[in-house]
Design a protein. Structure first.
Length: 203
């Protein structure tokens, strides 16, 4: 019953948010295209979803695709311009994922959809546990991201959520997320997406 209620909330809240958010996203799509016309405004990347099934995630692009003389992408910090920092600070790039909620591939609340390689900080059993719940736009790790500066710690927050999921926990995460959004309190990339260290990988 709890999962049905969660799904109904996802759809109803997505419809409500879309009314206000999609016009804003449309404006930022124009900004991205004007500021960085060399690539599509939508960033697509394969991530791991529910029950470890891969899917293609869509996000509003927040970096340029500038390359060096050898054709390699420049470091992230050089490709992240002022307009991209604003998009990230306001979490506009994440809100584009509402389309995945409608399609049933994501929820509002759950572990972030991560890259296949980032799953390797967990044992096979832990991977199965983490992906036993739908990935989300926000989640227990996301509202505690200032406390995690490596991939293993992030995984432990996600595993806690998967093992202790309840509608009450979802409500707590929802209101913590709202508070962070109103304060525009989004952690820097070192906390949101720390680089995967080789020593973290479980062979």
């Amino acid at each position: 019953m709890g999962k049905i209620i969660k799904r109904v909330f996802d759809i109803c809240f997505s419809i409500l948010v879309s009314i206000f958010v999609f016009p804003i996203i449309g404006i930022f799509m124009i900004v991205v295209k004007i500021a960085s016309p060399e690539s599509p405004v939508i960033f697509k990347q394969e991530r791991i979803g529910y029950k470890r099934k891969p899917f293609m995630i869509w996000k509003l692009r927040s970096m340029t695709n500038e390359k060096d003389e050898r054709g390699n992408l420049l470091p992230d910090e050089l490709r992240l311009k002022k307009w991209g920092k604003l998009i990230r600070k306001l979490s506009i790039d994440e809100l584009f994922q509402i389309v995945h909620i409608f399609s049933g591939k994501m929820s509002w609340i759950g572990p972030r959809p991560i890259l296949p390689r980032e799953m390797l900080v967990m044992t096979d059993k832990e991977q199965e546990e983490r992906q036993s719940v739908m990935p989300g736009i926000t989640g227990w790790e996301a509202v505690n991201e200032e406390k995690s500066d490596d991939r293993r710690t992030m995984a432990e927050f996600d595993l806690y959520y998967a093992r202790n999921w309840s509608l009450l926990l979802d409500m707590k995460i929802f209101f913590m997320t709202v508070a962070k959004l109103f304060k525009a309190d989004r952690s820097d990339d070192e906390h949101r997406a720390p680089k995967l260290k080789e020593e973290e990988i479980i062979s």
